[in-house]
Design a protein around this ligand. Structure first.
Ligand code: ZN
Length: 265
């Protein structure tokens, strides 16, 4: 039996009996796992606040071969991201990022890069909360940037620098994104290959998200437009689905984020 002692982010809770929880964790040096935290819902539990949703926690557990469920021995809160609760859009965006990791990252995938990416995204969201009036779309845009960067780590980010079919660098403001070809197509290749047409503003948002700082959408002079955010997300969703990494448009956290966004616009 091997002990793991590593930083982790809390992705999801499910109640187990009257006093316990099964907690899904992204462990930096241990992958995405489910642990049984016995007695964690009892007042004064030894796990304390170290299993709160989205928190950064130090966990210790034993790895048992051929067992899906592991037992959590101990945990220690390192950072709670309480600031997220000051901005409901930011909180909802954090939820969509956590659910993407929970449902789109294959079990057994290497986790250190994904962990660092998710931690940075939670940090940016917490540090910019609360967003000023009308700036909520920035949080939604950051969750799209996270999705793109996650897909990059998984090796399925779209080709965005030129036409994926003929290599043309000048897309002349008229291009499409083909999930099958895995990237942008110029106007001429689109005629023969198909793919969903996308706006130049969407291409710009995707390129900035893939090649720039993660915090770029929070600091740019203006937030991206709703149309560019939704079109980017739709294109990335199609690519994730094509590669069998789930169907993010059906995720519960997405519906929560979109309902909030509608109420505020
Ligand atoms: Zn082409």
């Amino acid at each position: 039996m091997t002990h793991v002692d590593s930083d982790a982010l809390v992705l999801r809770h499910v109640r187990q009996g009257d006093t316990s929880r099964v907690v899904t964790l992204l462990v930096r040096d241990g992958g995405k796992i489910a642990v049984l935290a016995k007695g964690s819902r009892r007042p004064g539990s030894r796990f304390g606040a170290g299993l709160d949703l989205f928190c950064l926690t130090r966990v210790r557990y034993r790895v048992r071969p051929n067992r899906d469920l592991l037992f959590l021995d101990d945990c220690e809160l390192k950072r709670n991201f309480d600031d997220l609760s000051r901005d409901v859009m930011g909180y909802a965006a954090a939820g969509t990022c956590a659910e993407l990791v929970d449902r789109s990252v294959p079990a057994g995938a290497a986790s250190a890069e994904i962990f660092d990416l998710l931690l940075e995204t939670f940090t940016v969201l917490a540090e910019t909360a609360p967003l000023p009036e009308g700036e909520g779309p920035r949080a939604a845009a950051l969750s799209v940037v996270f999705q793109l960067r996650l897909m990059d780590v998984l090796g399925i980010a779209p080709e965005l620098t030129g036409c994926v079919s003929c290599g043309a660098a000048d897309l002349a403001g008229s291009c499409s994104l083909s999930p099958r070809r895995g990237g942008l197509l110029c106007r001429r290749c689109r005629a023969s290959e198909g793919g969903r047409r996308i706006d130049p503003a969407t291409v710009e948002l995707l390129r900035a998200g893939l090649f720039g700082e993660i915090s770029g959408v929070m600091t740019a002079p203006r937030p991206p437009t709703r149309a560019a955010i939704l079109e980017s997300r739709g294109a990335l969703d199609a690519l994730l689905e094509y590669h069998h990494h789930g169907r993010p448009s059906g995720f519960r956290s997405r519906h929560f984020l979109d309902d909030l966004w509608k109420q505020r616009s």
